[in-house]
Design a protein around this ligand. Structure first.
Ligand SMILES: [Zn+2]
Length: 292
């Protein structure tokens, strides 16, 4: 019996197939993949010599709101409103698992990562900000499976709007997509995107240094909230912003958090599985490791 793991990101979808061995076989455009997920998956599996009828499990991780009961996903950045993940595969007899992507990532890091911990926070800083959390070795998922939308906790009172409609949310200040808005709103500086901001910072630009310092303050505030609530052993950081700018995002965090946290300061490091944590979380579920 074989299983399929499907990590549906905001831009790309990554597919893994496994039995005794596990391999990532395909990376495709999410918009195209979601238009007809059954045909998309059948085509990809055909290239590996497998068919849907062989699948023991099909596991999805979604970058956006899911409803496990209904088996649906609501992609935030794609033209489609609701995608049925379970219904198209009902007749296959496969077990269908649907997870939030950060929840899957923390599970991947917990099961297959290096130096794992029973109390583990996976924090992604990328287009958005989110977390997956293991408490005492159990994955916390919430009522519909959307636990860990930590990007929408408030970190200031300046009235900066978040894409979700709220104000002063961490993500509105510090996500990769929103850093230029924060620079504009708080300082009147114009950067076309986060990459330009970070390049300017590395080149010693004083404006970029101010914006990055503000970002580091907000990140410390947000992470201190997580430390105060969850008292983790380890915070493993992922997402493009953290993975590509380790020295700016991770270095020095522990000292900053010490000032803001009542609880002891955890180990803070990059996620050892890097961007593959999500799909390995799905792999662990398909392999029968289900700590829920
Ligand atoms: Zn928000």
């Amino acid at each position: 019996m074989v299983f399929s793991c499907i990590d549906i990101g905001g831009t790309n979808t990554v597919i893994g197939v496994g039995n005794d061995e596990f391999s990532i076989v395909e990376k495709t455009d999410s918009d195209t993949f979601l238009q007809d997920i059954r045909s998309s998956l059948e085509d990809i599996l055909a290239d590996t010599g497998h068919g849907l009828d062989e699948m023991k499990s099909i596991a999805f991780a979604a970058a956006g709101p899911i409803d496990r009961e209904r088996g649906t996903f609501h992609p935030p950045n794609l033209p489609v409103d609701t995608v049925q993940l379970r219904a198209p595969f009902k007749d296959t007899g496969a077990d269908i698992h649907i997870l939030n992507d950060c929840n899957s990532a923390v599970l991947g890091e917990y099961v297959y990562g290096e130096d794992s911990a029973e109390d583990l926070v996976y924090l992604t800083i990328s287009t958005g900000i989110g977390a997956g959390i293991m408490v005492d070795g159990s994955l916390v998922e919430g009522s519909k499976g959307n636990f860990g939308e930590v990007g929408h906790i408030a970190v200031d009172t300046k009235g900066h709007r978040c894409g979700c409609g709220g104000t002063d949310h961490w993500e509105a200040y510090c996500s990769g997509a929103n850093l230029p808005d924060m620079a504009e709103h708080l300082f009147g500086y114009s950067f076309s995107d986060a990459r330009e901001l970070f390049d300017a910072f590395y080149a010693g630009d004083a404006r970029a240094e101010k914006v990055v310092a503000e970002m580091q303050t907000y990140n410390a505030r947000g992470i201190a909230n997580l430390v105060n609530i969850f008292d983790p052993d380890v915070i493993a950081m992922g997402g493009g912003v953290a993975l590509n700018h380790h020295s700016i995002i991770v270095d020095g965090l522990q000292d900053r958090i010490r000032e803001e946290s009542v609880n002891g300061v955890p180990e803070i490091r990059l996620c050892s599985l890097r961007e593959k944590a999500v799909i390995h979380g799905l792999r662990s579920i398909c392999n029968g490791h289900d700590p829920r």
